[in-house]
Design a protein around this ligand. Structure first.
Ligand SMILES: *Cc1c(COP(=O)(O)O)cnc(C)c1O
Length: 442
């Protein structure tokens, strides 16, 4: 059925126009009306819509408190500050994630210790956490990477045993499940981005979710002066009410919260359709040499949430050692324009985390307040360092349109079946695949 590869002049596997199968977020008149209502009554910088959105989101998330932020980066910083990450503290974070899981610790006077990822889940490897815990460790930053839940049972057990907090970065997995439990509500605090490229996409916005009053109030204290008032119950914070302790202003824009309230109503159903479509794609490719799904097991009670920025795992040994660069080039020729190798690059190799003196301490900020050098040595994180050649993009379908999905799956299958043709002329992989962030801004 699969004839000549398109890269060698054959017909493309993908011939149907995709229509709206990739369009995201789904914006209807209801979103537009909600925005116009706020806009027309001059409510952009208020908090009434945001507070309503927080209430609804907390209920959906199954937590007591939700606090809206202007973006995910600040929500995560609020979570860190909430967990008392401060001068000389350490957090443990996977090296493979977007920078905003970690970089804000510098402004709290703290540092980050990077841990390895698991090659199957692509999330932090629980087996690599414990040896990195010191008396300064305040929190483990867990990232449910590309929608896949991290191994929370093992992570929570380690954290409890060492009395350290767990922060879940849910920016890739809003609404996802781990063994039936909602991601973001398993650790001490969850924080998520809701920027326009994410699965939960409402503009530039973020949300912190927790059952812990002190964490919630500390997050308010950091950057929400208008809420840092007489209602605060945490004794340590009371003397400072009125002004933000961080000197930040992190309020959510109400045009975003207005969109958020509408998006939330439909989010679970839309994600369910995404998962149906994505699972169908992978079911079609089950057993195809070189390709492995990055997804949760059926009937495990876990799922891939909104399947943000989906990737497949590449197994070159099954394709005669074909480079992922050559593989993806051939898939692109079949009509999958977006198929590239890599994901986020390892953070521990970037100069910001090794040599940069951000605040003029006279030494790298990474170790400015540390009593020992926490920087990784070369090749201490082998999976993270070769992640660029281990994964490739697959289409992020938003609708279950079997006919279209079959053509895309066939592009990958066709390249796998004809891999021998590609070995000749394979120049190998360039030294660096992927990027520090991978969202393409329109
Ligand atoms: C997008 C993202 C963030 C940051 O969120 P912003 O809303 O862009 O500030 C943090 N962590 C991860 C894993 C992300 O993907």
């Amino acid at each position: 059925m699969n004839s000549k590869l398109a890269i060698s002049g054959g017909d493309k596997a993908v011939r149907i126009e995709p229509g709206n199968i990739f369009t995201w977020p789904i914006i209807t008149k209801e979103d537009e009306d909600a925005v116009l209502e706020v806009l027309r009554r001059g409510g952009m910088s208020g908090t009434d819509v945001t507070v309503q959105f927080e209430k609804e989101l907390a209920e959906w998330q199954g937590v007591k408190y939700a606090l809206g932020f202007n973006n995910g980066t600040s929500a995560l910083q609020g979570a860190m500050f909430g967990c008392k990450v401060g001068a000389g503290s350490e957090i443990i974070c996977p090296s493979i994630t977007y920078w905003a899981s970690a970089a804000q610790v510098f402004s709290l006077g703290a540092t980050v210790v990077f841990a390895e990822i698991d090659p199957v889940t692509l999330c932090i490897d629980p087996g690599d956490i414990e040896r990195r815990i010191t008396e300064h460790t305040k929190a483990i930053m867990v990232v449910h990477y590309l929608g896949h839940p991290a191994d929370m049972d093992r992570i929570m057990e380690i954290a409890k045993r060492h009395s350290i907090k767990v922060i879940e970065d849910v920016s890739h997995a809003q609404g996802g499940l781990y063994k039936g439990r909602k991601l973001g509500a398993i650790g001490d605090v969850g924080a998520m981005s809701m920027m326009g490229g994410k699965a939960f996409a409402i503009g530039e916005a973020g949300m912190l979710v927790t059952d812990n009053l002190e964490i919630y109030e500390r997050a308010e204290a950091l950057g929400h002066y208008e809420r840092f008032n007489e209602n605060i119950q945490t004794e340590d914070l009371k003397p400072y009410i009125g002004l933000p302790m961080g000197g930040y202003k992190y309020r959510m824009h109400q045009l975003s919260s207005a969109v958020g309230r509408v998006q939330l109503k439909y989010y679970d159903a839309r994600c369910e359709e995404i998962r149906k479509a994505m699972n169908y794609f992978w079911d079609l490719l089950e057993g195809v040499p070189g390709l492995r799904a990055h997804r949760t097991q059926k009937d495990s009670g876990s799922n891939m949430a909104g399947w943000y920025a989906p990737r497949g795992i590449y197994c070159p040994d099954e394709l005669g050692g074909l480079s992922v660069s050559r593989f993806t080039e051939a898939v692109r020729a079949e009509g999958v324009d977006d198929c590239y190798a890599g994901c986020n690059k390892p953070l521990h190799t970037h100069a910001l985390f090794n040599s940069c003196d951000v605040y003029g301490h006279g030494k790298p900020t990474r170790i400015a307040n540390s009593d020992k050098d926490v920087r990784e040595y070369d090749s201490s994180l082998p999976v993270s360092e070769k992640i660029g050649e281990m994964v490739y993009r697959i289409p992020w379908f938003k609708h279950y349109y079997p006919g279209i999905i079959e053509q895309y799956a066939n592009a990958y299958r066709k390249v796998s079946e004809n891999y021998r043709e590609l070995l000749e002329g394979d120049m190998g992989n360039p030294p660096h695949l992927g990027g520090w962030h991978f969202f393409k801004h329109r």
